[in-house]
Design a protein around this ligand. Sequence first.
Ligand SMILES: Nc1ncnc2c1ncn2[C@@H]1O[C@H](COP(=O)(O)OP(=O)(O)OP(=O)(O)O)[C@@H](O)[C@H]1O
Ligand SMILES: [Mg+2]
Length: 254
Amino acid sequence: MGKKIVCTGRGGTGKTTFVALAAKYLGLHPLLVDADSDQNLAELLGVDPEKEEVRTISDILFDIQKGKGDEQLNSMPLTEKLEYLLNADCLYESDKFDMISLGVKWTKGCYCSPNNILRSIISKVANSYEYTIIDSPGGLEHLNRRIFSEIDDIFVILDPSKKALNNIERTKRITSEIGIHYNNLYLIANYRFNKNTEEYLKNINENYLGKIEYDPDLEEYSWNGRSLLGLSQDSPAFSSVKNIMTKAGYKTGS
Ligand SMILES: Nc1ncnc2c1ncn2[C@@H]1O[C@H](COP(=O)(O)OP(=O)(O)OP(=O)(O)O)[C@@H](O)[C@H]1O
Ligand SMILES: [Mg+2]
């Protein structure tokens, strides 16, 4: 079974940047799951979902709920239909990585039956990849979607604030309450930490893996819509992610 990595943290801490750079580090054609409705991950990887005509999981659920879509599929059982639509319409495929975006409205509680089926289909798809990396929206609400109940590693990207520290305990509590199991929860300091605040993290009794250094190139890449996969090997942000992934026991496949 492939390894599942989830990146979480408060809004704007650098989660999506980390996911893109972790994908660059791992190589080996990972599956990326964008659980953020803003679909920033595609943007940071230089992909325009509209131009590529890839749809989100929410889009296909919405069609099914409204009875829209290809009439030829109407006679298919729901599970088969969802599996077909996910593979045909939602899976973005490229030579470096594949990607699925969940879209805006897919939350636990609505369209219950398709939700459960979709979870098992996404797991099935993910299991054919060596690595699956999930990018989350800010906050903890996304955990309710419970896309995967078995996770290898959770990476929490922190900003230097008390709220971010409180978030660590809440992440542990909520994952336990809703039945998400994981092997390791790792802390990562974002580029806004200084020596003092980083020292604090080093001294709390948690799995702290290091800091992501400030990288001036990220702004230029983002502004020009360039894929972060093209960032240089010795750039400050990528060097930091390499160190962090190595400490977490991941080998580079590139
Ligand atoms: N190491 C870094 N150095 C400089 N800027 C950075 C660094 N990491 C992230 N940023 C910048 O911070 C901003 C937020 O980054 P990013 O989108 O990765 O955060 P996020 O946690 O995914 O945000 P959101 O919660 O909105 O999804 C972006 O403009 C990004 O370029
Ligand atoms: Mg993001």
